[in-house]
Design a protein around this ligand. Structure first.
Ligand SMILES: Cc1ncc(COP(=O)(O)O)c(C=O)c1O
Length: 462
């Protein structure tokens, strides 16, 4: 291993990094990124990498977009900060809320701004509780998400998240947060079950869960159209139609967490459009500003707004809000990003490149290390397994996914490994066809090197 750079040493001595084994990180150190352009990022040595994850599923318009930079700079010169508390407002927030209402896939009455996906989903939960208090249903408060869902890390959002690492030793989830079955056919379908039968079973299990808990106590269901951080899980055919019917039967408020899927990731503006379901409320973030600045929007229907009116009249104020929620500079950038998505037909063009992306992804399904290659639009996952026939996973201690990430980095490609050794891909939507080809050429070489290493270390043995 090459000696750590001065920056790396300073990093290790000063930062706590999310989502890393903090102990082994002290040996390996960070990959320090210095600059970026288009779909490429460059480290401090000047080495170029294709950003196969668009950062964290977010830099949809790529790096170095001068229009976004200019939108931020001119707004910062004009009005660097203003808030939305206590009746104050500003132009960028109003314009962005109008835009979001205009492009929403379902009727949206109002928009509430936060700074992160976690804050948005926390807000969604608080609004549902508020709603049911306003409706005189104070018992109806439990929220259902799903095993392997990712909805963030604040205490309530982490309770929605259905991943062990986000719960273990954090004393989570909180009571009142339930997790329905994960719609991953490859892992959870029974022998001989078709996709549609699997979807029906998941809907029946959801119904049984609601009945067991008492429908009068269950308030809402939240879902990502395609699960991202849980391992890029595309639900089976007819899943959402069946799940939505159950939610309607028991008067569950439905929230689509579009933090990853919103703004074209799946080939449609919103992910719920691609998956064919109609939520009542929506969370968007990440690509909303193409991650040039933090901003998130909670999009709510009239029914919810009426409840907020009622409660704030009763209590005297709507007691919720973040200092930087709807920050004018972030909002101005998001307005410009939406203008670019529409004007330059970014989503249509990305959808046209999706078949190439998916074909190259699915071809890697033949690789000896890959149990399943899955995806939709410009999102993909490769589940690495020790044995393709039995679908046996690697021992997590061997960190095979993390090793594959390092081999990819050596090839000049950034990918991520999430729990269960799933390599995830979510490049900027502006990626060109030749860049897609290059991304997969690099990934294929990285997989071959990972396989050589796995064989050398005899890691396939049970
Ligand atoms: C679907 C989804 N929801 C919520 C979040 C949380 O967003 P944040 O990290 O901005 O809090 C994420 C983050 O990746 C996400 O993928």
């Amino acid at each position: 291993m090459s000696p750590l750079s001065n920056l790396a040493v300073r990093d290790i001595e000063t930062l706590v990094h999310p989502y890393i084994n903090l102990a082994s990180f002290r040996e390996t150190g960070p990959l320090v990124i210095e600059r970026a352009q288009g779909v490429y990022v460059y480290d401090t040595e000047g080495k170029a990498y294709i950003e196969g994850m668009a950062g964290l599923w977010c830099t949809a318009l790529g790096y170095g977009n001068e229009e976004l930079v200019e939108a931020a700079a001119s707004q910062m010169r004009k009005l660097s900060f203003a808030h939305l508390f206590t009746g104050k407002s500003h132009d960028p927030a109003i314009e962005l809320a109008e835009k979001l209402k205009e492009i929403a896939p379902v009727p949206i009455s109002k928009v509430f701004f936060c700074n992160s996906g976690s804050e948005a989903n926390d807000t969604q939960i608080k609004l549902v509780w508020y709603l049911n208090n306003a409706r005189g249903k104070p018992q109806k408060k439990k929220i259902i998400s799903r095993v392997k869902a990712y909805h963030g890390v604040t205490i309530a959002a982490a309770s929605l998240t259905g991943l062990l690492a986000n719960h273990r030793d954090f004393d989570l989830p909180l009571p009142g947060f339930l997790h329905a079955g994960c719609p991953h056919y490859y892992r959870f379908a029974l022998d001989g079950e078709t996709e549609e039968e699997f979807a029906s079973r998941l809907a029946d299990e959801l119904e049984a869960l609601i009945v067991k808990e008492g429908p009068e106590t269950v308030a809402a269901f939240i879902a990502e159209p395609v699960m991202g951080a849980g391992g890029v899980i595309v639900p089976p055919k007819t899943y959402f139609q069946k799940i939505m019917a159950v939610c309607a039967r028991y008067d569950l408020f439905v929230i689509s967490d579009e933090v990853i899927c919103g703004f074209g990731r799946l080939g449609t503006l919103f992910g719920c459009e691609k998956l064919g379901f109609k939520p009542q409320a929506i969370s968007v973030a990440k690509a909303l500003s193409s991650a040039y600045l933090p901003i998130d929007a909670v999009m709510i229907p009239e029914l919810m707004y009426e409840a907020l009116l009622l409660e704030s009249k009763k209590i005297g104020a709507f007691g919720h809000g973040f200092t930087y929620g709807g920050h004018p500079v972030s909002a101005a950038v998001a307005v410009k990003a939406i203008e670019i998505y529409m004007r330059d037909r970014i989503i249509e063009k990305a959808a046209r490149r999706a078949p190439l992306f998916q074909a190259r992804l699915k071809a890697l399904g033949d690789h000896p290390l890959v149990g399943e290659a899955r995806g939709l639009g410009l999102i993909g996952g490769l589940e690495l397994v020790a044995d393709k026939t039995s679908k046996r996973s690697f021992n997590p201690q061997h960190a095979v996914g993390a090793a594959a990430v390092r081999f990819a980095e050596a090839e000049g490609l950034i990918v991520r490994s999430v729990m269960g050794d799933v390599l995830t891909l979510s490049p900027p939507l502006i990626i060109s066809a030749p860049e897609i080809e290059e991304l997969f050429n690099r990934l294929a070489r990285a997989l071959d090197k990972t396989l050589d290493w796995v064989k050398r270390e005899r890691l396939t043995q049970a």
